[in-house]
Ligand binder design. Structure first.
Ligand SMILES: [Zn+2]
Ligand SMILES: [Zn+2]
Length: 217
C-alpha cells in the first residue's frame, strides 16, 4: 500500500461571511498520480501539494463555491476531468458559468487512483447533489458538507433539508465500519463511531441546536 492522503486548506471563498473557516482539500494518491477532492479556493496551493504527480480527476463533494472555486484551474494543468453530481449543476453554474463539469457522478460510481478505489456515496440534504467518497482500503470517508466532526453542516446558517441530511448520514455513513476516519470539508477529522454516538442527539435536538461551531456554508 503506497497510497497516501495529503491535505491542504485554503481560505473560504472571497466574500465569504464572517466565521467561514478554511476549506479542506484532500489529495489521494501515490508518487505518480492523485485525485483531488474539493480543491477549495487556492489552485496554486493545491498544485504545490500535488507537485509533479499527475492529477487524474478533481472531485467536488458538492457545488458550493468555497469547494469548487479552484476546480477548473487545478484540473486544467493535466487536462483532468472535474466530477460533480448532476443535481448540483445549478450551484456549479453560479461559480463557473458556461463551463460544465466533465463527469456526472452517481451513487455507487468508482474512481481508481494509485492502488485504491473511491466509491461515490450520494448523501443529499446539504445540497441535492452532495456526495461522500468512501475508500475501504484506506479506512476513510470524505464527507464534504454532509458531515463535519460537530455534525451535519448548514448553509448560510440554515439547513436546506435537515431531515434528508440526517437520513443520508444514518443510512449511508453510519453503516460504514465504525473505525472509518471521517475527513470533512472543514475542520477536524472524526470517526464514524464517534458520529454514531452523537447521532441520536442530532436527531432529537433538531436543526437549531445542531449547527457545528465551524462554518455554515
Ligand atoms: Zn464549505
Ligand atoms: Zn456547502
Amino acid at each position: 500500500m503506497t497510497t497516501r492522503i495529503d491535505h491542504f486548506s485554503s481560505p473560504a471563498a472571497a466574500g465569504g461571511g464572517a466565521g467561514t473557516g478554511e476549506v479542506n482539500a484532500w489529495i489521494v494518491g501515490d508518487d505518480e498520480e492523485v485525485i483531488v477532492i474539493d480543491p477549495g479556493t487556492d489552485p496554486s496551493g493545491v498544485l504545490d501539494v500535488v507537485g509533479d504527480r499527475e492529477v487524474l480527476a478533481v472531485i467536488c463533494t458538492h457545488g458550493h463555491a468555497d469547494h469548487v472555486a479552484a476546480a477548473l484551474e487545478v484540473a486544467e494543468r493535466d487536462e483532468a476531468p472535474v466530477a460533480l453530481h448532476p443535481e448540483d449543476r445549478p450551484l456549479w453554474r453560479e461559480a463557473h458559468p458556461g463551463e460544465p463539469a466533465d463527469i456526472e457522478m452517481e451513487d455507487g460510481g468508482i474512481f481508481e487512483v494509485a492502488d485504491v478505489e473511491l466509491e461515490v456515496i450520494h448523501a443529499p440534504g446539504h445540497t441535492a447533489g452532495s456526495v461522500c467518497l468512501y475508500c475501504g482500503e484506506l479506512g476513510v470517508v470524505f464527507t464534504g458538507h454532509a458531515l463535519l466532526a460537530g455534525g451535519p453542516v448548514p448553509h448560510d446558517g440554515e439547513f436546506p433539508d435537515f431531515a434528508e441530511q440526517l437520513t443520508a448520514i444514518g443510512e449511508h455513513l453510519l453503516t460504514l465500519p465504525s473505525d472509518t476516519r471521517v475527513l470533512p470539508g472543514h475542520g477536524l477529522q472524526t470517526t464514524i463511531g464517534a458520529a454514531e454516538k452523537k447521532f441520536d442527539y442530532w436527531v432529537s435536538a433538531g436543526p437549531a441546536a445542531t449547527s457545528p461551531s465551524g462554518p455554515g456554508d
